[in-house]
Design a protein around this ligand. Structure first.
Ligand code: COS
Length: 410
């Protein structure tokens, strides 16, 4: 008899909601059929992440992380497609979801603001899974307060006819950088004008292996997730590495995060749905006090709570993605409305998922804390989502400011 656990099927009924079009429904069905068939040994997170990137690239899923002009699947980044893909991948493997997310987040600033030459050099390779990308914003003393970064990029104009190009020289430390140490390139944010606050931050593309970049300091965290610190020591970059407007780096980072925060909500949702599915299966199989766990009102009440938390998060997540895709962000009012919606989705989906997974673990009793059970790993996997790409407290600030600006409406 096979000892392999039955893999639950990721739900697709939500795809019938009016937030989605026929193309999303087809995408949702396709990824739900593909994901459970993949297997990667995740005992080494860095190796596994590279393998997932290869599988996702070969299957064409990473094409949803870049626009069609550069090898992508759709004309522009489609938030609903990203949410659907991440939700389903996270249901099966949070690390597969992570690999997908990093292709988008790590290259997002190039999609938004890269020159045609920069886009051609990086985006098609990301879409194929040939280049791993990373987004380097946080620093040891500048996490939530991203504007307080101290990494500097000093401009050095080439003098004479030495053949040398104008250059920026980077000095400083970035930390908690996802894909750090395995990325092929980093989108790095650094101060180009120390006196200009957030308007003095610019973005740069730094290839792995560039002299003066040390990305070898791996950070071990509670769930599989390749993370590293980056140390820049007199790291000279050609002027062509500058990404977007000089001084426009902070806004570029915020715009990039805006897109992907809704997709983090999708990932949290996928993990919560998986915990709920496993809790339902467990409650139907486990006998206690002469009856099935599922027959007890206590269990039914818990499952009711869990399902409502999942669906509430789903509505906020799909709404945020729909707002960006269908209403757009062309006017300041639209952009602010979307930013608040994405913040709300990210906050509620990650917080709700933590509660749902905790309830599922409690229902599993001793098995819930046994290393190797799905609910135990989900309990560790979900925790970082309440912190990265803007902690819950940052989302509260964003939503609170929006509410104040709009007289009580978000
Ligand atoms: N899109 C475009 N522009 C934005 C923006 C957004 N979503 N959010 C802010 N801006 C602009 C503001 O309009 C302001 O522009 P002006 O200089 O023209 O006035 C500028 O950026 C500075 O904004 P603000 O004053 O709100 O910046 P703060 O320093 O107060 O920081 C928070 C705001 C806390 C929201 C920001 O630092 C943040 O998101 N921090 C979390 C960072 C994060 O997610 N880190 C994780 C990294 S990836 S794992």
């Amino acid at each position: 008899m096979s000892t392999r656990p039955t893999i639950p099927i990721a739900p697709t009924s939500h795809l019938a909601l009016p937030f989605f079009g026929p193309e999303h429904r087809a995408l949702g069905r396709d990824i739900a059929a593909w994901a459970p068939l993949q297997q990667v040994d995740e005992s080494d997170d860095r190796r596994a992440c590279k393998q997932w990137t290869r599988l996702l690239g070969d299957a064409g899923w990473l094409r949803y992380c870049v626009p069609a002009a550069f090898g992508g699947a759709l004309d522009r980044l489609d938030s609903r497609a990203l949410v659907i893909l991440r939700e389903t991948l996270a249901f099966h493997s949070p690390l597969a979801d992570f690999a997908m997310a990093m292709a988008g987040l790590g290259s997002g600033a190039i999609t938004l603001a890269g020159t045609p030459a920069q886009q051609a050099a990086y985006l098609p390779a990301v879409a194929r899974g040939d280049k791993l990308a990373a987004f380097a914003l946080s620093e040891p003393d500048a996490g939530s307060d991203a504007g307080a970064m101290t990494t500097v990029a000093e401009y050095r104009q080439a003098t004479g006819a030495s053949g040398q190009n104008d250059a920026y020289v980077l000095n400083g430390v970035k930390t908690w950088i996802s894909n750090g140490g395995i990325a092929d390139f980093y989108c790095v944010f650094a101060k180009t004008d120390a006196q200009a606050g957030t308007r003095g931050i610019s973005a740069f593309i730094v290839d792995a292996g560039t002299k003066g970049l040390d990305d070898s300091e791996h950070i071990t965290v509670m769930a599989p997730h390749p993370l590293a610190s980056l140390r820049f020591t007199h790291c000279a970059l050609d002027a062509s590495a500058q990404l977007g407007e000089l001084g426009g780096g902070f806004k570029l980072a915020m715009r990039t995060l805006d897109i992907f925060r809704a997709s983090v909500a999708g990932a949290a949702l996928g993990m919560a749905r998986r915990a709920l599915a496993d809790a339902v299966a467990f409650a139907g199989a486990r006998t206690m006090f002469g009856q099935k766990l599922a027959d007890m009102q206590l269990t039914q009440a818990k499952l009711g709570d869990m399902a409502a938390l999942v669906e509430a998060a789903a509505m906020l997540t799909y709404r945020a993605a729909w707002l960006r895709d269908c209403v757009g962000t062309a006017t300041p009012a639209q952009a602010q409305a979307y930013t608040a919606a994405a913040a709300m989705a990210k906050m509620c989906a990650s917080e709700n998922a933590q509660r749902v997974i905790d309830m599922a673990l409690q229902m599993h009793g001793g098995r819930g804390v046994q290393v190797g059970t799905k609910v135990e790993s989900l309990y560790r996997d979900i925790r970082a989502l309440r912190i990265y790409e803007g902690a819950t407290e940052v989302q509260q600030l964003i939503i609170g400011k929006s509410v104040l600006r709009n007289g009580g409406l978000s």
